[in-house]
Design a protein around this ligand. Structure first.
Ligand code: ADP
Ligand code: MG
Length: 244
């Protein structure tokens, strides 16, 4: 049995290797035909590969936490139309490369909703990458120093869905705005991006300095975009009050 398992592993049939012992004794007990046994083993291999892919996709997404839409209390945040969010869970916006923008003060659920939509996309087998805007532009800047810039740009252009959290929380340097623009324009009309921000779009020139660049970024982001402006109270604040 050990040589069979070793050989299966050598041929990258880990799913079969995991179950072959069990399946063989099951086949004996149940008088299974060779064909039935082979089918079972192949199915085990398929399931194992699918599980591995799902795990890889989840790890690659770098979600900061796991929270589903079912954990979101829409009655607490009436400024978010539940129906519109539910529509997005079909993931139809992904092949259409439509962006999603969540704007609102801290604690109203912008990151939560983004993560939930990220999970929906992962469940359909799409690749997702979650990052804060700050981490992305810092990474891009650092990559210039060791000549991996092109590769890093690809990291942010490649995912089927990119989630950029916390736009406008920290001041950007002028060179980093160009990097931000590069990512947005490379994804434009090809792949969707979800962005969360605590700043109203009318004040984005304060984030991006340059008026022309601000216009170019907003144009591309908003051309095909589902925008949610959340006006409610912070959920964190509500919880703190409840606990005191
Ligand atoms: P933001 O990104 O807008 O600052 P978060 O999404 O991080 O806010 O939300 C803050 C915390 O409150 C998170 O733990 C989130 O899961 C929770 N939260 C926010 N809004 C809701 C809501 N309407 N229902 C359930 N949990 C919520
Ligand atoms: Mg947040």
């Amino acid at each position: 049995m050990n040589t069979i398992i070793t050989k299966l592993r050598k041929f990258y049939l880990a799913g079969m290797a995991k179950t072959v012992e069990l399946r063989l004794s099951q086949a004996q007990e149940q008088n299974m035909s060779h064909q039935e046994l082979l089918e079972l083993l192949l199915e085990d291999e398929k399931v194992n590969r699918e599980d591995n892919r799902r795990i890889r996709l989840h790890q690659g997404a770098k979600l900061p936490f796991v929270k589903h839409l079912s954990d979101f209390d829409f009655t607490f945040q009436p400024s978010i139309k539940k129906g519109y969010i539910i529509d997005l869970t079909t993931n139809a916006y992904i092949p259409r490369a439509e962006n999603i923008l969540f704007i609102g003060p801290p604690g109203v659920g912008k990151s939560h909703l983004s993560v939930s939509l990220g999970l929906k996309a992962l469940a359909m087998g799409y690749t997702v990458l979650f990052t804060t805007v700050w981490d992305m532009i810092t990474n891009l800047q650092q990559s210039r120093a060791n000549y991996t810039y092109k590769q890093k740009v690809e990291t942010y252009v490649k995912p089927d869905l990119l989630i950029l959290d916390e736009l406008g929380y920290r001041t950007m340097a002028e060179t980093t705005v160009e990097d931000f623009f590069t990512i947005i324009s490379k994804r434009y009309e090809k792949k969707p991006t979800i962005i969360t921000s605590n700043r109203d779009i009318s004040t984005w020139d304060k984030i991006f300095f340059d008026k022309t660049l601000t216009g170019a970024i907003i144009d591309r982001l908003l051309h095909h975009c589902h925008t949610f402006v959340i006006t409610g109270e912070s959920y964190r604040f509500q919880n703190r009050q409840k606990n005191t």
